[in-house]
Design a binder for this molecule. Structure first.
Ligand SMILES: Nc1ncnc2c1ncn2[C@@H]1O[C@H](COP(=O)(O)OP(=O)(O)OP(=O)(O)O)[C@@H](O)[C@H]1O
Ligand SMILES: [Mg+2]
Length: 343
């Protein structure tokens, strides 16, 4: 760490529906669920945030509640979103110094958020001590994180499948030329799995179990290559009518079946975005293909399925869960060059 960094603190934050990541001086210092736990008996006092708060999910009582302030690509609970931002900045402040250096921040925000919501995000960052703040839209951050030169006059298509939304964006010359957002992503996939288990196996499972099924045996196609095939997963739940605890072995083929409709809808949105893209940029995309980012990109066979449907090459970002955070971090290093950042 050079002398300069003692006087300059820089934080990049990817404010996601499912997870938030904070980078401090180029290192990921926080990677935790976007959850706040409050005590309604104590005037909604915050009792935990992040990983700790997520442990309370599904285990609440009358006065302990958990809240995910971001939903479906928008800020659903202003107040709690602000708490979340402030707490994460506080937690990231690993080298609290007496010199109190100027804090610079870039925050990645869902591309669907309104001006009012943007102001709320800015306010929370200011209250946490940030002096210089910029915001960046999520698909732009994803593109930068993937390593695309977003300022060149070439069209690129990014599909970011997060927790709340799948965002499809065409980027050129530092701007988002086309943007399509559908509220079908990781959360919806979990719902699909819950619904499938209930209907097909009369097994009532919780969100956490659905999430495990998706990660352990998640698939977008029902014929995976041999080396990709995961071992069946033993899911625990309760029988829908008897209420007795039961287990069921779930295969990836079942998950592919459960997710089929949702993935089809994401594919249709991609095709619509392509159809709506100006011809020169579309020609670029036919050349370079589609880039997948966000946690949903980890679904087995999703790249192959989208490639088949669109007849385009599909690339999965390296470490897709962190591509947006990496891009936000890079934006922080290029505040002057990236004049498209939101002030
Ligand atoms: N291996 C995996 N397979 C499939 N899905 C996964 C995997 N790992 C994580 N996910 C899902 O990825 C989602 C989180 O992705 P990500 O962190 O990109 O979302 P986010 O940025 O918080 O949400 P958004 O971009 O919608 O605001 C969760 O729904 C999670 O269940
Ligand atoms: Mg995201």
């Amino acid at each position: 760490m050079g002398l300069f960094s003692i006087f300059n603190k820089e934080i990049a934050m990817d404010l996601g529906t499912a997870n938030s990541i904070v980078m401090y001086n180029d290192q990921i210092v926080i990677d935790q669920p976007s959850v706040v736990a409050i005590d309604t008996n104590k005037d909604n006092k915050i009792i935990a945030v992040g990983t700790e708060a997520a442990r309370y999910e599904g285990r609440e009582n009358e006065h302990i509640r958990t809240i995910r302030p971001l939903k479906g690509g928008v800020i659903a609970d202003f107040d709690m979103a602000q708490h979340l931002i402030r707490e994460f900045i506080k937690m990231a402040d690993v080298t609290r110094s007496i010199l109190s250096p100027a804090l610079k921040m870039v925050i990645c925000i869902p591309s669907g958020i309104t001006d009012v919501e943007q102001r709320a995000v800015r306010e929370a960052a200011e209250q946490a001590g940030a002096k210089e703040i910029r915001m960046i839209h999520e698909p732009m951050a994803a593109a930068i994180g993937i390593g695309i030169d977003v300022t060149e006059p070439v069209g690129h298509m990014i599909v970011d499948i997060g927790g709340g939304t799948a965002e499809i964006a065409v980027i050129s010359l530092g701007g988002i030329v086309r943007n399509k957002s559908v509220r079908i992503a990781g959360d919806e996939f979990n719902e699909n799995i819950i619904e499938y288990m209930r209907k097909i196996h009369s097994l009532h499972i919780g969100v956490r179990t659905a999430e495990q099924i998706k990660i352990k045996v998640g698939s977008a196609i029902s014929e995976l290559r041999e080396e990709e095939v995961p071992e069946d997963y033993e899911a625990r739940g309760r029988h829908v009518t008897t209420g007795i605890p039961e287990t069921h072995l779930v295969s990836y083929k079942e998950v592919a079946n459960a997710l089929d409709k949702s993935i089809s809808r994401i594919e249709s949105a991609i095709l619509e975005a392509l159809a709506d893209t100006p011809p020169e940029l579309a020609a670029d995309i036919y050349e370079s293909g589609i880039y997948l980012a966000g946690g949903g990109a980890l679904l087995r066979g999703l790249d192959a399925r989208i490639a088949e449907r669109t007849k385009l090459k599909v690339h999965v970002a390296e470490d897709p869960l962190r591509a947006v955070a990496r891009g936000t971090g890079k934006a922080l290093k290029n505040l002057d060059r990236f004049d498209f950042l939101i002030k």
